[in-house]
Design a protein around this ligand. Structure first.
Ligand code: SF4
Length: 467
């Protein structure tokens, strides 16, 4: 990254540091020991092995679940990894069950396994790697129906994640006219490019209505500043909590419009809820330096909005990635393709939010056609938020946070961002791409399960595309 005004170069990186969970998670497994049978077993072995205590008291678990002095009478459930070694050897004495309390983490979209992964990323800042290999399905609904093609033969940037060669994850948000015009003195006339460059292709969306305490917003803003991205904050809270700064994007709604008069500084970007040409024109008059972004539903006619003057659009879906029954993956492709067909895609920035809860969803959404994504539920889970019921609708979702500590919260978000960026670098490196900007709309780099199945099975009797 070149620092403005000075000829200095700083390679972008996010500082990671361990940030342990504030709240202890329920263990993944319940270890149920039949105590009377265990005592009986120990007595029987005492006799059989003639009092050879090291043999009699040896434990069947290498993970230390039975490592207390009283062993299986008080198992350390938090250490159990569910390998079933103990129950295979002693089925009458011990049984392992999934912990129902753990199964209640997250909701029907952001599943307990996602929560586990997010917490690991936020705790450590590392890429989750499982030594036992991937044990899940290789296809499915939503983002799981899309596979990235990492089989590029020539890989000039393979080492990007290790820092030997730099891969840029910076993206530009703003207005980018197709042509520049100059007057006879060589000065540009008409529309000139107006962009903000953020160092990662994700920004922070505003929290749901039920959870907007000052501390949370301060954490989001400070973390955005340190990561060199943007945080969207309702304009009334920007004013009330004095959250001014270049990394803050005030979001204006119908009912908070009046708070704008109290905004005593000029944000780099302002977002407005819905499409309203008059209000956008007024914003442009009041804040001529600011980039204006319209937040519209993801199934909107983007081409029509662009023809009316929109240049930065934030396409929104619910937290489960749905809008009117359709999933974001299809909606993003549709919006992007419409602008490509009309020859205006390069002039427009598309941000999208909803249903992006795992690191791999970021490159997938960009391949489908977004310039950047706005993160929501994943950020809150990183801060150990709990959902009450389904966390789907931003207006009604109930999200509660533990007692937050600012330094801890900022580090958790930095760790999450670093882990997600490293995973993005893995994708880019494996594809031989030197920058994430070139990933946008690169549909040749991916495969869709539904399309492959259609190709393979369309001729087979009984094949149903929706099955
Ligand atoms: S299932 Fe595996 S990890 Fe869990 S207690 Fe049994 S042996 Fe230990």
């Amino acid at each position: 990254m070149v620092t403005a005004g000075r000829l200095s170069y700083r390679r972008y990186r996010i500082e990671i540091r361990p940030a342990p969970d504030l709240v202890r998670l329920p263990p993944r497994f319940r270890v149920e020991v039949k105590k009377h049978r265990l005592i009986g077993l120990v007595l029987e072995e005492l006799v059989r092995y003639r009092g050879d205590l090291p043999v009699v008291l040896s434990r069947p678990c290498v993970y230390g679940v039975f490592s207390r002095p009283i062993g299986g009478l008080a198992p350390k459930e938090e250490l159990c990894v569910g390998c079933l070694r103990c129950t295979v050897q002693y089925p009458d004495v011990v049984q392992i069950y999934p912990n129902p309390e753990r199964e209640r983490l997250g909701d029907s979209y952001l599943k307990p396994a996602h929560v586990d992964t997010l917490l690991y990323e936020a705790r450590t800042g590392h890429v989750p790697v499982r030594g036992a290999g991937y044990r899940g399905p290789f296809g499915g609904a939503g983002w799981d129906g899309m596979w990235t093609d990492m089989s590029e033969i020539v890989r000039p940037t393979r080492d990007g994640i290790h820092g030997r060669e730099f891969i840029s994850t910076a993206v530009d948000i703003g207005e980018k006219p197709a042509l520049l015009a100059f007057d006879e003195r060589g000065e540009p006339v008409g529309t000139v490019p107006k962009v903000i460059t953020i160092q990662v292709p994700f920004l922070f969306d505003r929290p749901p209505r039920s959870a907007r305490p000052r501390l949370l917003l301060e954490i989001l803003v400070r973390a955005a500043q340190e990561i060199e991205t943007l945080a969207m904050v309702p304009v009334d809270l920007v004013v009330r909590f004095d959250l001014a700064g270049p990394h803050v994007v005030p979001v204006v709604e119908e009912e908070t419009w009046r708070w704008l008069v109290q905004l005593a500084w000029s944000p780099r970007m302002i977002a407005i809820e819905g499409w309203d040409r008059e209000r956008l024109a007024e914003l442009e008059r009041r804040f001529p330096e600011s980039i204006l972004c319209a937040r519209v539903p993801m199934d909107s006619d983007v081409l029509d909005l662009v023809r009316q003057g929109a240049r930065v659009l934030h396409l929104t879906a619910d937290y489960h990635g749905r809008r009117n029954g359709r999933f974001v993956m299809d909606l993003i492709r549709q919006a992007h393709q419409r602008l490509v067909d009309a020859g205006v895609r390069e002039e427009v920035t598309l941000i999208g939010s909803g249903g992006i809860v795992m690191a791999e969803h970021v490159p997938k959404a960009i391949i489908c056609g977004l310039d950047a994504v706005a993160l929501d539920t994943a950020l809150w889970v990183a801060l150990q938020a709990r959902f009450a019921g389904e966390c789907r609708n931003p207006e009604t979702a109930l999200v509660s946070f533990p007692r937050l500590e600012p330094a801890w919260g900022i580090q958790r978000l930095k760790n999450l961002a670093a882990s997600w960026r490293d995973q993005l670098l893995e994708v880019l490196g494996a594809m031989g791409l030197r920058e994430v900007r070139r990933l946008r709309g690169e549909l040749g780099r991916c495969m869709f399960q539904a399309e492959l199945e259609r190709e393979a099975f369309a001729e087979v009797d009984g094949y149903r595309a929706d099955a």
